[in-house]
Design a binder for this molecule. Structure first.
Ligand code: 5GP
Ligand code: ZN
Length: 116
C-alpha cells in the first residue's frame, strides 16, 4: 500500500534519499532530517498507514515496537536511555501523515523535552 505524494512512501521506494539505520521486509528506520537530539531516528512500516490509530495490523505494530530496541543498540543508547514518541494528528503536530515512531536520545532530556 502506497499513498501518492507521501514523502515517507517515497523514502520507502527510494525516490527520496534517506540515511537508513535499519531495514527489513516490513519496516525501515532512517535518520530524521531535522534532528531534535543527537540521536533522532524514525521507524516506519513500508506500507502506508496515516497514523497509529489507522488500523495497523497487530504484527506490523509489534514489529515496529520490537525494532526500537534494535535501533537503541545500533545507536548505542540502550543503557543511557531514550524516548519514543508517536505524534498523531493536528493537536500533536503530526506533520507527516505516514505513521512514524521517533526514537530520541544521546543526551539528557527534561520532562516534556523535546517538544516535537
Ligand atoms: P512529525 O512532526 O510528523 O511527528 O515528524 C515528522 C518528522 O519527519 C520530522 O521530525 C521531520 O524532521 C521529519 N522529516 C520530514 N521530511 C523528511 C524527509 O524528507 N526526510 C527525513 N529523513 N525526515 C523528514
Ligand atoms: Zn506513506
Amino acid at each position: 500500500m502506497v499513498k501518492d505524494d507521501c514523502i515517507f512512501c517515497k523514502i520507502v521506494s527510494g525516490e527520496i534519499e534517506s540515511n537508513k539505520v535499519y531495514e527489513d521486509e516490513h519496516i525501515v528506520a532512517f535518520e530524521d532530517l531535522n534532528p531534535m537530539m543527537p540521536v533522532h531516528t524514525l521507524i516506519i512500516p513500508k506500507d502506508h498507514y496515516d497514523n497509529i490509530a489507522d488500523n495497523i495490523p497487530d504484527e506490523t505494530m509489534a514489529h515496529i515496537m520490537q525494532t526500537v530496541g534494535k535501533i537503541a543498540d545500533i545507536k548505542g543508547i540502550r543503557e543511557s536511555g531514550f524516548r519514543v514518541i508517536v505524534n498523531t494528528n493536528d493537536d500533536a503536530c503530526q506533520s507527516v501523515h505516514h505513521i512514524h515512531v521517533h526514537v530520541l536520545g544521546g543526551g539528557k532530556m527534561n520532562d516534556g523535552d523535546p517538544s516535537l
